[in-house]
Design a protein around this ligand. Sequence first.
Ligand SMILES: Cc1cc2nc3c(=O)[nH]c(=O)nc-3n(C[C@H](O)[C@H](O)[C@H](O)COP(=O)(O)OP(=O)(O)OC[C@H]3O[C@@H](n4cnc5c(N)ncnc54)[C@H](O)[C@@H]3O)c2cc1C
Length: 257
Amino acid sequence: MNIFAVMKSTFDTEEKISVQNGKISEDSAEFIINPYDEYAIEEALLLREKHGGEVTVVTIGGEEAEKELRTALAMGADKAVLINEEELEEEGDEYSTTAILSAYFKEKSPDIILAGNVTVDGGSGQVGPRLGEELGIAVVTTITKLTIEGNRAVIERDAEGDVETIETTLPLLVTCQQGLNEPRYPSLPGIMKAKKKPLEKLELDDLDIDEEDVEAKTKVIDRFLPPVKGKGKILEGEISQQVKELTSLLVTEAKVI
Ligand SMILES: Cc1cc2nc3c(=O)[nH]c(=O)nc-3n(C[C@H](O)[C@H](O)[C@H](O)COP(=O)(O)OP(=O)(O)OC[C@H]3O[C@@H](n4cnc5c(N)ncnc54)[C@H](O)[C@@H]3O)c2cc1C
């Protein structure tokens, strides 16, 4: 099988994040594989173990995204591709990402492309479905189980807490949801092997893309952290007294009644 996982290097939301001038400060940020993309990579490896073939992990990012690609290779992917977007002067958006990825996939004849359900930074959840649409292949989102026999795929997907079962055919794009699998940790031999595995670096020219072809259709105007919450007030004394005070505060301070 010709298996692809599309992966984004995102900052680690478990670490402290600081915002400066409407942008996440990259100085303090730790970068990791987007957690939903780990499910995509793991499922790609499981498919290869069952059906044979090759797993390629593709990312659009700067040079530093090589670290996350090496992690994916250490997990067991066969090949990695880094599409360098640094030469672009303007910021990209979901349109840009999809336009670049679809140019890459045009000549690739994938049997299946696995994406994350959503990224933990941008969080738009658009890239997977947009890419499938561009390539004219079936798309199933938020999958929690995947079975492929021949050309046929039976998929369970998370539909707002319920399970929906879908049958479709390859080629196929799926977006992966928590519960699909348990992503493996790279083993020490895996990390050693990853250093020698192929990592292809492409520029937009290699994909016959002009900058204006991938110009963003949207613009982020501002980013900010939620306002700091004020301290709560703990009422004390007799319950009847507390109720009176609470009612009075709801009228005079909170002004909700
Ligand atoms: C040329 C370019 C310049 C950019 N400049 C900036 C910038 O200056 N500031 C900024 O904050 N962002 C920038 N971005 C990031 C861009 O806004 C987001 O990557 C894009 O909009 C995807 O949105 P999302 O993160 O919400 O992904 P979602 O749609 O939530 O992602 C869903 C899934 O799509 C796949 N995917 C998403 N992004 C990528 C990727 N890059 N490579 C491979 N697979 C991917 C993953 O499988 C992911 O789980 C740039 C992107 C490009 C292509």
